[in-house]
Write a protein that binds this ligand. Structure first.
Ligand code: OGA
Ligand code: NI
Length: 345
């Protein structure tokens, strides 16, 4: 796999938009049609009574599949520090990052890579971003494989992972309650050995944002995703009623989204919504996505309590390993993975 990394000195890009970043006409972002800023729901986790928070989250999961949270209890300095070490890692000279470059080995735990889409014919169009993925839970399996430069990378990621673990479980309880289930239901269904990846995304300033994307249109294969993004730069966009809306970078907020597994577990009531990242002409953008994902041996399917005569099951049960296999099979395409597991009426 030809993996290419960007190299920066003094924060300025040496890049121009080479042909291998130019998307075919019909896959370009069409930015003039995107409303500048529009709000996905912003939910204050400290609001009382908590039943109100449950209702708001439930509505957001049904109507948007996305929401932002404030007053979430994760220290702001930790999040700022985390984004700073992630950015510093991406900005290392290529030779220092080379040991992490992705190979074709799917079991590679720590990988630096570029997403691509298949353009016309066999040619691959690279996304205008660099991505760095590794587990955040269970962290003890990975910590010793993480970068030692920046010097505080391991320490800060470990601290961040701890906080995100608490936050994920809290969100899963609120989402379970929103579905009318026992608060522990989703966490139990996702299983005792979740394999949770973190993905740092680095979007350098881009000479021509109209011609390319930072991340292609996709849904997340996780159960739940929590994203921290750098302040002051928009990039993430979400489909709402057939239109792209930009997710406003609210200071000290997390973006939360329903992944494919909660869409299936909720029998389609909560939506795993298509999203993408566009690039910015003058400013870089950094984000850190943390995914909460079942282990390979976990069986996922619509939760029985959500099925009745009016709500027949929309998906068959599957092992998460089957879902992953299908996901890898569709690499480079506009993926349609959950569709494979749909039950036809
Ligand atoms: C992702 C993702 C959005 C962003 O990593 O799956 O959608 O804002 N990231 O970088
Ligand atoms: Ni995503």
């Amino acid at each position: 796999m030809a993996t290419q990394t960007f190299h920066f000195t003094n924060g300025s890009s040496h890049l121009s938009l080479s042909p291998d970043h130019v998307l075919p006409q019909d896959q370009r972002p069409n930015l003039t049609q995107t409303p500048l800023l529009s709000s996905i729901p912003v939910i204050d986790l400290s609001e009382q009574p908590s039943a109100l928070v449950v209702d708001k989250i439930s509505k957001a999961c049904e109507e948007y599949g996305f929401f932002q949270i404030i007053n979430h209890g994760v220290p702001r300095e930790l999040c700022d520090g985390m984004l700073a070490v992630v950015a510093a890692f991406f900005e290392l000279p290529p030779e220092e990052k080379a040991p992490f470059l992705a190979t074709t080995d799917r079991t590679q735990q720590v990988r630096l890579f570029n997403y691509y889409v298949k353009g016309d014919g066999e040619n691959k169009v690279s996304m205008w971003s660099e991505c760095f993925g590794h587990l955040w839970h269970p962290l003890d399996q990975t910590l010793h494989l993480l970068p030692q430069n920046p010097p505080r990378y391991r320490e800060i990621i470990a601290e961040y992972a701890e906080e995100i673990g608490v936050l994920m479980k809290r969100l899963l309880r609120l989402i379970s309650q929103g579905l009318g289930l026992h608060q522990d239901c989703l966490e139990k269904k996702i299983g005792e050995s979740p394999m949770c990846r973190a993905q740092g995304n680095y979007y350098p300033p881009c000479p021509d944002p109209e011609l390319t994307l930072g991340l292609n249109v996709h849904t997340d294969i996780s159960a739940l995703t929590v994203v921290r993004q750098s302040e002051g730069v928009t990039g993430l966009q979400v489909i709402k009623d057939g239109h792209w809306v930009a997710v406003e970078p609210i200071p000290d907020a997390f973006v939360v989204n329903v992944g494919d597994q909660i869409q299936v577990l909720s029998n389609g009531r909560y939506k795993s919504v298509h999203h993408r990242a566009v690039t910015n002409e003058t400013r870089k953008r950094v984000s850190m996505a943390t995914f909460y994902t079942p282990g390979k041996d976990t069986v996922i399917g619509p939760i029985r309590d959500l099925i009745d005569k009016q709500h027949p099951p929309l998906y068959r049960d599957y092992y998460f390993s089957e879902f992953l296999e299908e996901f890898f099979k569709q690499e480079g395409a506009r993926r349609m993975v959950t569709e494979i597991f749909e039950l036809k009426a």
